[in-house]
Design a protein around this ligand. Structure first.
Ligand code: PEP
Length: 257
């Protein structure tokens, strides 16, 4: 039996400037330290806006905090005439470990196609970053195609560029559950996460499928996290709104207590 280390990832989206991020991370670290959180048991990562990364990285370094750092997006190019874009190479220089790729807000607002998402996954690996590949269906997709079809198709497209044995994290985020307060049921999350793991097995082989963490995201909070974590194919959560409150996020990270 493979034991996957659970990952709780906080996606701040476009919230908290660099000064606010410093106060926030200090407070979060105190909450976790006070609660004697064991980072070996459950990994915790935060995904601040680009402009906060340097400040947060300095703080994590200086205080030897075990929170991992992630970014919310990256360019599929490494350098050049791409005004406004951020290179994976720059993120790697800041000790960023994870990068979210294909979040539904980027697919919708910035019209990111499956091809762009695959190309960003390749850019992440080229620069030594672990992509957190987001997939998920809209309410309309769910009605028309059932629960797994769209997330599975999105994952297949994103895996086109994944080299054998490269680490990835997959996040199943039903669009109708994001920021809506209406989370999927644990059974719904399990059904799709299991289908995504089957897709991983088909594309990357059984070993990598059983080693890869598949997260659920969409209105996760302290009050419902434990119900998701009881499901065999849910290995953690991608948390939006509830990651902006230090006590709430610390309680989610400490869902076992
Ligand atoms: C997200 O956007 O990744 C997310 C899961 O948001 P929320 O937790 O606010 O639903």
């Amino acid at each position: 039996v493979t034991t996957r280390r659970p990952l709780i990832a906080g996606n701040w989206k476009m919230n908290l400037d660099h000064l606010q991020s410093i106060a926030f991370v200090q407070k979060l670290a105190w909450s976790l330290k006070d609660a004697k959180h064991d980072y070996q048991t459950v990994e915790a990562a935060i995904f601040p806006p680009f402009t906060d990364l340097r400040s947060v990285q300095t703080l994590l370094d200086a205080d030897k905090l075990e929170l991992e750092l992630g970014a919310q997006d990256l360019s599929d190019n490494d350098s050049g005439a791409f005004t406004g874009d951020i290179s994976g190479a720059f993120l790697a220089k800041l000790d960023v470990k994870y990068v979210i790729v294909g979040h539904s807000e980027r697919r919708t607002i910035h019209h990111e196609s499956d091809e762009i998402v695959a190309s960003k996954v390749a850019a992440a690996h080229r620069n030594g970053l672990v992509p957190v590949i987001c997939v998920g269906e809209t309410a309309d997709d769910l009605e028309k195609h059932g629960p797994s079809a769209v997330p599975v198709a999105q994952l297949k497209a994103a895996l086109e560029t994944v080299p054998a044995d490269a680490e990835i994290v997959v996040a199943y985020e039903p669009v109708w559950a994001i920021g809506s307060g209406q989370a999927a049921t644990p059974e719904q999350a399990e059904q799709v996460c299991a289908a995504l793991r089957e897709t991983l097995a088909e594309k990357l082989g059984a070993d990598q499928a059983s080693a890869t963490r598949v997260l659920y995201g969409g209105s996760v909070k302290a009050a419902n996290i434990a119900t998701f974590m009881r499901e065999p194919n849910v290995d953690g959560a991608l948390v939006g709104g509830a990651s902006l409150d230090t006590n709430e996020f610390a309680s989610i990270v400490r869902y076992q207590n």
